[in-house]
Design a protein around this ligand. Structure first.
Ligand code: ZN
Ligand code: ZN
Ligand code: FE
Length: 758
């Protein structure tokens, strides 16, 4: 210990609000080191007196024993002038102009806090705002960095003596737990009953009884309000659907414990791990029997499940179970159809009038929806919606471009994104920008994230679509705008996640995106070589009448795609629809009025879905395609149809006329039950064939897949099986493969292809 010197360490990453300083304090004590640790906006800074050997051990312990929710992106250190420390201390947060520290995500209640709230002797017995450094709200309550109580919505709650003691004791689990609270000093709950009366006592008991008797309850949670009811009560769910004006779209359910429904759904270890992870997203689980959960997830073979992730939800289930009630609860975003989730008490009281409303006075500053994921056959997590529990932790790029960049994303399933110092911060789920209140949410969220992350970008990226709302918003906010092709952005998002810069085959299959030639693309193959992007194959265009109308009126895709055999189209639709409408579609198509040329694979799935499922309208996006997928699983065969490839000067055209003919043949021969599986197989085989060709032609082995079509598990798993091992296969795994990934892709396109490297 002779040659001690003072070393300054800077630890970056998610190191605030996760118990990092007390952790440093404990290992410093363990190694008998003297020094200081503090939270700065650069990250956690440690000054410590060590020799070489101790420094090594100190860093080793930091890396291996870090708190469960901490995420270290870098540890740097340097020697500084010797300071003669006499002990080890935790210092108060320092102010620093340069804001770099990452903002922690909201965390599921931890096991120790659950113990506290169900221990009748604990002062937090049944207290719904219990938390500690390992759990509780973070992003949803933070107004600015650094993450300190005074910068959160907990600012106005003055800690009582006991809470303060915990907060100041480095060895306590609640040391500097910013939202620390107890029944004496913290937030509290109350209810506005469906009759409009305010109720302050026995609120949980009341709400539990209302749910059991079939009522609908609005519950203020972590990132916004939920609407909840008994998932097995047909009347209650029906009423909820009427309120949300949502006839068939599935609702997520919340359960106390996965064992409560283990008879009804399949789960593997990965799925359970993700359910119980600190992010606790909604996980799509396969039903054992498709007819179960018939009110919440009608006709589909999976159901979205999350576990009670806050003390408030845990306590609600405790009261429900007290009455012997064990059903799952519908737990759906509390909003009006297609609008942002409601987060403020006043709005809730106005909008949910007539329902029981369960309120509390811990303000939600940043609204954030539940995330939705599924697990593929190889055990990879796939996002459908990336929000609570994941936002605002960034996607880290291997780039060091100096300027900040903003990307708007697309208009559908919008998430915007910001690039700063090698990291991309994606916004919470914003929704569809066609809706005005979502546009307001986009702008307010942008302003809030700007303040929070301390950025001020001058460069902005938008989709090439000429009529996107996101572009209009961008024009008002930014002087400099670049537009990025939709499907290029899809592929770039996967490249960004996997640090690929060149030599990539890209497969972008989705519903709708503006193509470079002015047509609607959605079934494209790209090659990226020598930093040049080239479209090398696409589905042969077919004429689609009505454009975006076809997303809901799926029969339009059917008429268009199978239109080469008019007799068949009339025969199939004759008892289902006024055939005059079909005549109109055909004649508008012939005259090219209100008709678009499209290569959209999503629309081809719709067309085949109409044939197999008989649905002419889709109640929600991709409903028919989802049903088609489930039928493929239920009637799985090995056969397939085939596509023909023709080579034109700028690439391959995928001809589908033969496939159309063969599908019609199967239908006429009463073999419609196998059409779906055969159709899926033919898409998988087409991809295999194209990838093989392109790989040889361009000497490329990395293949990136993106687009909403790849949320189809039959397809995804089929591709992994047929191509995995032979090629390096990449799907989106940090962002959704639907348009939720577009903003990340736009940023990466700019950095990798447009910006000059520093
Ligand atoms: Zn805890
Ligand atoms: Zn207290
Ligand atoms: Fe897309």
């Amino acid at each position: 210990m002779a040659d001690l010197k003072t070393v300054k360490l800077i630890i970056k990453g998610v190191v605030q609000g996760v118990g990092f300083r007390p952790f440093i304090y404990r290992i410093a004590k363990e190694l008998k080191l003297f020094g200081r640790v503090s939270n700065t906006s650069e990250g956690v800074v440690v000054y410590v007196n060590v020799d070489e050997d101790l420094l090594k051990r100190f860093i080793e312990l930091i890396k291996t024993k870090k708190p469960p929710t901490a995420l270290i992106s870098s540890i740097t250190y340097e020697s500084v002038d010797f300071i003669n420390f006499k002990d080890f201390k935790i210092e108060k947060s320092a102010k620093n102009k340069k804001i770099e520290a990452l903002i922690p995500v909201d965390l599921k209640v931890c096991d120790k806090c659950i113990e506290d709230i169900f221990n009748p002797k604990d002062r937090r017995f049944l207290y719904p705002f219990t938390n500690c450094t390992n759990c509780g709200p973070r992003f949803s309550i933070i107004k600015k960095v650094p993450y300190d109580r005074k910068n959160t919505t907990m600012k106005d709650f003055k800690m009582c003596r006991d809470c303060k003691k915990e907060y100041e004791d480095p060895l306590d689990r609640r040391f500097h737990a910013q939202p620390n609270a107890c029944p004496l000093c913290g937030p509290f709950v109350w209810v506005i009953t469906y009759q409009g009366e305010k109720k302050c006592n026995d609120c949980f008991d009341y709400i539990a009884r209302r749910i059991i008797s079939g009522g609908i309850v609005a519950i203020k949670g972590l990132g916004g309000f939920h609407l909840a009811c008994d998932a097995f009560n047909q009347e209650a769910v029906k009423k909820l659907r009427e309120f949300k004006r949502r006839d068939f779209k599935p609702f997520a359910i919340m359960i106390d414990d996965i064992d409560d429904i283990s008879e009804m759904v399949y789960t593997n270890k990965t799925e359970r791990d993700i359910l119980y992870s600190v992010a606790s997203p909604i996980v799509m689980l396969r039903k054992k029997d498709r007819s179960s959960f018939e009110y919440v997830s009608p006709m589909l073979d999976n159901v979205g499940v999350m576990i009670a992730y806050t003390p408030l939800h845990k306590i609600l289930f405790y009261f429900l179970k007290k009455y012997g009630f064990k059903n799952p609860l519908v737990m759906t975003s509390g909003n009006l159809r297609d609008e942002p989730i409601i987060k403020d008490n006043d709005d809730a009281i106005r909008v949910f009038k007539g329902f029981d409303i369960f309120l509390h006075n811990r303000e939600i500053y940043n609204r954030i929806d539940d995330s939705v994921v599924f697990v593929d056959e190889l055990g990879n997590i796939r996002f459908i919606r990336r929000s609570r529990g994941y936002v605002p932790s960034p996607v880290i790029l291997k780039m060091n471009f100096k300027n900040e960049v903003f990307a708007c994303g697309g208009d559908i399933k919008n998430h915007f994104a910001v690039y700063k110092d090698g990291k991309v911060f994606l916004s919470p789920y914003i929704g569809d920008l066609e809706n005005e209140s979502n546009r307001d949410f986009f702008i307010s969220s942008y302003k809030s994230m700007k303040k929070l992350l301390g950025f001020n970008p001058k460069i902005c990226l938008v989709d090439k679509h000429p009529n996107y709302f996101s572009t209009m918003i961008a024009k008002e906010l930014f002087p400099k705008i670049f537009s990025v092709g939709h499907h290029i952005a899809h592929i770039c998002s996967v490249m960004a996640e996997n640090a690929l810069v060149d030599n990539v085959i890209g497969v972008a299959f989705d519903g709708t995106g503006w193509g470079d030639d002015g047509n609607i693309w959605g079934g494209e193959f790209f090659v990226i070589k020598d930093k040049l992007i080239k479209r090398v194959a696409h589905f042969k265009y077919f004429k689609l009448s009505g454009g975006d109308l076809a997303i809901k009126e799926v029969y339009r895709s059917f008429v268009s795609f199978f239109g080469s055999d008019k007799d068949f189209v009339y025969e199939f639709l004759k008892d289902k629809i006024d055939l005059n409408r079909v005549d109109i579609i055909f004649s508008l198509g012939e005259k090219n009025i209100n008709t678009f040329h499209t290569s959209s694979c999503g629309r081809i799935f719709d067309a085949v879905g109409v044939l197999v499922c008989g649905d002419l309208y889709s109640n929600f996006e991709a409903e028919v395609a989802m049903k088609l997928e489930h039928i493929a699983y239920e009637n799985r065969v090995d056969e397939r149809y085939s596509f023909d490839l023709t080579r034109e000067k700028d690439g391959y055209v995928i001809e589908w006329e033969g496939l159309v003919r063969d599908i019609i043949k199967d239908w006429r021969n009463k073999k419609s039950n196998v059409i779906s599986s055969k159709f899926h197989n033919s898409i998988i085989y087409l991809i295999k064939e194209m990838v093989e060709k392109l790989s040889i032609e361009y000497q490329i082995n990395d293949v990136c897949f993106s687009g909403g079509v790849f949320q189809n598990r039959y397809l995804l798993n089929g591709i992994l099986k047929i191509l995995g091992g032979r090629y390096n296969i990449f799907f989106n795994s940090k962002t959704p493969s639907n348009d939720g990934c577009i903003s990340l892709g736009q940023i990466y396109y700019y950095l990798n292809f447009l910006a000059r490297k520093d």
